[in-house]
Design a protein around this ligand. Structure first.
Ligand code: BQF
Length: 296
């Protein structure tokens, strides 16, 4: 069993990005600029946004963090999005999810210009991905296939089973694994809460992606000997023994499953760090595609 080290691989990707930014800036171009909008004081969201700002600083991106109280009106948020859409100094921006219930996440997502949608959540970017013409790919799915690629894991012709059908992970990772890409050409089955005989299907997986959001859901008897297992779960559980005050639980029962795997992602330190790295990559891509001639 080999661990797919997302922390190490993410650091490699970020180092490659840092070098590319160094070259871009020494050629007289301004660095890429990522803006993050944070609404409210959800602890997990604050952690995620801080990780993104830190990654920008290390790579040499410009970053801006715009914070609103949880009570901000939808109109005020949409006005800010409109401003960022039209600001030529901003290459990409994200609105950290989840949003308070009085704000319509779908409306917010659809208000972001697709060219600046570095989360890749806009229907235009999802549609491009579905048609095999994706440019700004959702960061978690992109991070998963990047891990497969960097560990030289063969996917062509393999049976992939994705458990979970969310718009941010299950659906787009299925499209990437099934598509005509170097880390694609899988035969993909999408399973979900209504799937009958789930274990029978997951046991057929050469590559199993668990994106359910239910801690330790995937047990040893649901996995084939030699499978590649990708754990996308990150449920927070209060834990006084951790310095953060909580433990992160994956969707895979690691103790039971790891001994059966050829490769497995840990939680933490697997898919999560790759998500951050791919968001950074999207921001550089957005600048290169859509603002290639801006001077410093
Ligand atoms: C790690 C996210 C659900 C909903 C909204 C490193 C992250 C997580 C884990 C991280 C996530 C999950 C992010 C680890 C960003 C991934 O070491 O295991 C990094 O920061 N993520 C997000 O921005 O919004 C979410 C999950």
């Amino acid at each position: 069993m080999e661990i797919l080290d997302g922390k190490k691989t993410s650091a490699q990707v970020r180092e490659e990005l840092r070098r590319e930014v160094e070259q871009i800036v020494s050629a007289g171009h301004r660095p890429p600029h990522l803006v993050a909008i944070l609404v409210g004081d959800n602890g997990a969201s604050i952690t995620y946004v801080n990780a993104k700002v830190k990654a920008c600083q290390e790579i040499g991106f410009r970053s801006s963090l715009i914070k609103y109280p949880a009570e901000v009106s939808q109109g005020e948020l949409l006005d800010k999005i409109d401003e960022l859409n039209n600001d030529p100094t901003v290459d990409g921006f994200i609105v950290q999810l989840p949003l308070p219930v009085h704000i319509d996440e779908k409306l917010v997502t659809e208000s972001i210009r697709p060219e600046k949608d570095v989360d890749g959540f806009h229907p235009v970017n999802m549609g491009r991905l579905a048609m095999g013409q994706g440019v700004l790919l959702p960061a978690t799915p992109a991070g998963i296939v990047e891990l497969l690629r960097r560990y030289d894991i063969a996917t062509s012709g393999k049976r992939a089973v994705v458990v979970g059908r969310s718009n941010i992970v299950g659906i787009p990772v299925s499209l990437l694994l099934a598509g005509k890409y170097p880390t694609g050409n899988c035969t993909v089955t999408i399973c979900h809460s209504r799937t009958e005989n789930l274990a029978e299907i997951t046991r057929q997986a050469d590559i199993l992606v668990a994106a359910i959001g239910s801690p330790h859901f995937i047990k040893g008897d649901m996995v084939k000997q030699g499978a590649v297992v990708i754990d996308v779960g990150i449920t927070r559980q209060p834990d006084a023994s951790k310095k953060s005050g909580f433990a992160l639980l994956g969707d895979v029962d690691y103790e039971q499953v790891a001994p059966k795997c050829s490769y497995i992602t840990p939680v933490p330190g697997g898919v999560g760090p790759m998500t951050i790295a791919m968001l950074m990559k999207n921001t550089l891509t957005a600048m290169k595609m859509y603002a290639p001639h801006s001077d410093k």
